[in-house]
Design a protein around this ligand. Structure first.
Ligand SMILES: NC(=O)c1ccc[n+]([C@@H]2O[C@H](COP(=O)([O-])OP(=O)(O)OC[C@H]3O[C@@H](n4cnc5c(N)ncnc54)[C@H](O)[C@@H]3O)[C@@H](O)[C@H]2O)c1
Length: 313
């Protein structure tokens, strides 16, 4: 039996990248998955792949920053699968107008960025939480016998009714220069996650966030092939204590755990899945990598196609 048999999941931005990895993981563990994405071509490919592996999956095309799309995706999960249990809020596409400080970015880009980075997560919960409540607890969940020294009073609290996992980033924990929209948005995801954890915990719905480090997705791979080289990629890897960057499956494994019944006492947490990147002291890592950079003057990373490189020294 799969750990998500008889459970239904929505994965936003599930056509590609981290979301694609999450959709494959949840479907592989038995969930019926609804992918919601703006990219039909990649969405259909991922659906084909999941079905070929025996998974249950459907695709809905739509921009999750729109209220009507957020409403429809929840309706669709209820009508197709009869329930909603797991909501993975992952969609984000960036854009050429998102870089810059408060002085640089337009108000239009700011609002559009916040609508997707933060607004879509609010909308997903707004419509998703009542559907999770209506669906009720995992039908296969057997509550363990209480072993709390007789201190448990009254009825058991609701448990394993639903899970929301929001995609933040190490950029929500630490700030990179000239990235106002992304860094503010990903930090807001952390605040929103904690608030929702407090609001929905009593309903048996846990809300957590994941803060991935550098995850090489299909798009990331293209970008590295276009602009970077092996020496540049190694520069990224040596900044990670585990000496590698991530792949979508690393994040999908964490999402799978947070969605499982084993994680029912984990709520409102921000799990950095970054090989230890964000717990290092920056001064030391910069000094350690200096020698590597000096001895590899031809290294190139995807940062080399950023028009606005630092000129502050
Ligand atoms: N890849 C990384 O290194 C990394 C690191 C930290 C956090 N993240 C976060 O993880 C999430 C996924 O990133 P990724 O690298 O897999 O991205 P990606 O570009 O590979 O995939 C994103 C998916 O979201 C879809 N999408 C974009 N805008 C959408 C919208 N408005 N409505 C519906 N779907 C939309 C895209 O079509 C695509 O399928 C994002 O929230 C990103 O900020 C990524």
């Amino acid at each position: 039996m799969g750990r998500f048999d008889d459970r239904a999941a929505i994965v936003t931005g599930g056509a590609l990248g981290i979301g694609g990895g999450c959709a494959r993981r949840l479907a592989g563990d038995g969930a019926s998955v609804l992918i919601v994405d703006i990219n039909e071509e990649s969405g259909l490919e991922t659906v084909k792949e999941i079905r070929a592996a025996g998974g249950k999956v459907e695709l809905m095309i739509g921009d999750v920053a729109n209220e009507s799309v957020a409403f429809d995706m929840v309706e669709k999960s209820m009508s197709l699968f009869g329930r909603l249990d797991l909501l993975i809020q992952n969609a984000y596409g960036g854009g050429s107008d998102t870089a810059g400080s408060a002085v640089d970015v337009t108000q239009q880009a700011w609002s559009k960025g916040m609508d997707l980075l933060v607004g879509a997560l609010y909308l997903g919960a707004k419509f998703g939480v009542p559907a999770m409540e209506e669906s009720g607890a995992d039908p296969n969940f057997e509550p363990p016998v209480w072993g709390g020294a007789g201190r448990r009073h009254g009825a058991r609290p609701r448990e394993n009714v639903g899970r929301i996992v929001n995609m933040s980033s190490v950029h929500g924990l630490l700030n990179a220069p000239r990235s106002l929209i992304y860094e503010s948005g990903k930090a807001a995801v952390i605040g929103l996650t904690r608030q929702m954890a407090v609001d929905f915990g009593p309903m048996g719905i846990t809300v957590n966030a994941i803060a991935p480090g550098h995850i090489v997705t299909e798009r990331g791979d293209e970008m590295w092939n276009e602009v970077g080289n092996d020496a540049g990629f190694k520069l990224f890897e040596i900044q990670y204590p585990v000496r590698r960057t991530g792949i979508p499956a690393d994040i999908a494994n964490a999402v799978g755990f947070l969605c499982s019944n084993e994680a029912s006492f984990i709520n409102g947490q921000i799990l950095a899945v970054d090989g230890g990147l964000s717990i290092q002291l920056q001064e030391d890592i910069v000094m350690d990598t200096k020698d590597y950079i000096v001895s590899n003057p031809h290294l190139r990373t995807h940062f080399d196609n950023k028009p606005e490189k630092s000129d502050r020294w």
